[in-house]
Ligand binder design. Structure first.
Ligand code: PBG
Length: 329
């Protein structure tokens, strides 16, 4: 027998052979594109730390929606940047809140486009936390109270569904949010609306550019009492398990790149669709390096997205979606 005994390179000799044995594909159907909608008029403002991503006011939003549809994308994730914030995030569950108005408009312009609403309070609270804050009378310490926050999150989800959101995506990391929102949606006649739960959301430094974009950096403290410790893997199973029990329709892992092991673990343990959130700083790092001419942006982005799918993601929420859709055509 000749040496080497095993010749792996036989199947890599040309592009056609490689295509025959390719295991993972990324397609435009995998993508969810986040859009930031801001109050005000005639606004299309680039987010400084996220080149190519903008704040749109409602009157400029249609151009963006047309681009998204023309790119062949199926779904958008709406984030609101309200003009007014208060302690209990009133504008998050206002019938005429910025997300509710945007959802109605997008469904009018593009009825077939799947509109996903992020359900959280942090963009809408003046303290920037994802729930209701209470101060301990004796110590003065601030506490993000779980159950009182749930009531407001349910109101938010129902108002988003009333405005036409096709999927509710709660990102607040309060305990019991899937159960509470499921009950609230069902009671309001939205039993057909799925919940894409941010099941495993880490307290990550990779959200920095997003928080700049929506001005949601906590005014005091951090999110570590509700978002997960990046050091923990088994805890991710407990988070996912409770969401499954509570009726989640899809599970999400966030961020994506440094958490591929978590994506793989959920994929192996559950049969619900798994979404990966390729978050803001993951995007900004690639953009910064590309703008410096240090990397090949197209090749890097397609490799990253393919790797998320290889890890087990069925869906990818990504700011690269429009570009990637173009490259994949
Ligand atoms: C709201 C929310 C955040 C992101 C999505 N939804 C920020 C946070 O938890 O601080 C981050 C998205 C990104 O970084 O791209 N809770």
């Amino acid at each position: 027998m000749s040496f080497p005994v095993v010749r792996h390179r036989r199947l890599r000799r040309n592009a056609s052979l490689r295509n025959l044995v390719r295991e993972t594909y990324v397609t435009v159907n995998d993508f969810i594109y986040p859009i930031f909608v801001a109050e005000g008029i005639n606004k299309k403002e680039e987010i400084p730390s996220m080149p190519g991503v903008y704040h749109f006011s409602l009157d400029r939003l249609e151009e963006e929606v047309r681009e998204v549809v023309d790119a062949g994308l199926q779904a958008v994730l709406l984030f609101g940047v309200p003009a007014e914030k208060d302690a209990i995030g009133t504008s998050a569950y206002d019938h005429n809140g910025i997300v509710q108005q945007a959802a109605r408009k997008v469904k009018e312009w593009a009825p077939q486009l799947v509109v996903i609403a992020d359900t959280c309070l942090c963009q809408f609270t003046d303290h920037g936390h994802c729930g209701v804050v209470e101060h301990d009378r004796r110590t003065g310490n601030a506490e993000i109270v779980n159950d009182a926050s749930l009531e407001l999150l349910v109101k938010t989800a129902v108002s988003q569904a009333e405005a036409g959101a096709d999927i509710i995506a709660p990102s607040n990391m309060m305990d019991g949010f899937v159960h509470a929102i499921r009950e609230g949606l069902d009671a309001a006649g939205f039993e057909h609306i799925p919940i894409m739960s941010y099941s495993v959301k880490y307290a990550s430094a990779f959200y920095g550019p997003f928080r700049d974009a929506v001005h949601s950096t906590p005014q005091f403290g951090d999110r570590k009492s509700y978002q997960m410790d990046p050091a923990n893997l088994r805890e991710a199973l407990r988070e996912a398990e409770s969401d499954v029990q509570e009726g989640a329709d899809m599970l999400m892992v966030k961020p994506a790149l440094a958490y591929m092991d978590v994506i793989r673990m959920l994929k192996e343990n559950y049969d619900l669709p798994v979404a990966a959130y390729n978050v803001s700083a993951e995007y900004s790092m690639v953009k910064a390096a590309a703008q410096n001419g240090w990397i090949n942006e197209k090749a890097i982005v397609l490799e990253l997205l393919t790797s998320m799918k290889r890890a087990g993601a069925d869906l990818i929420i990504t700011y690269h979606a429009k570009d990637a859709a173009g490259w994949l055509k």
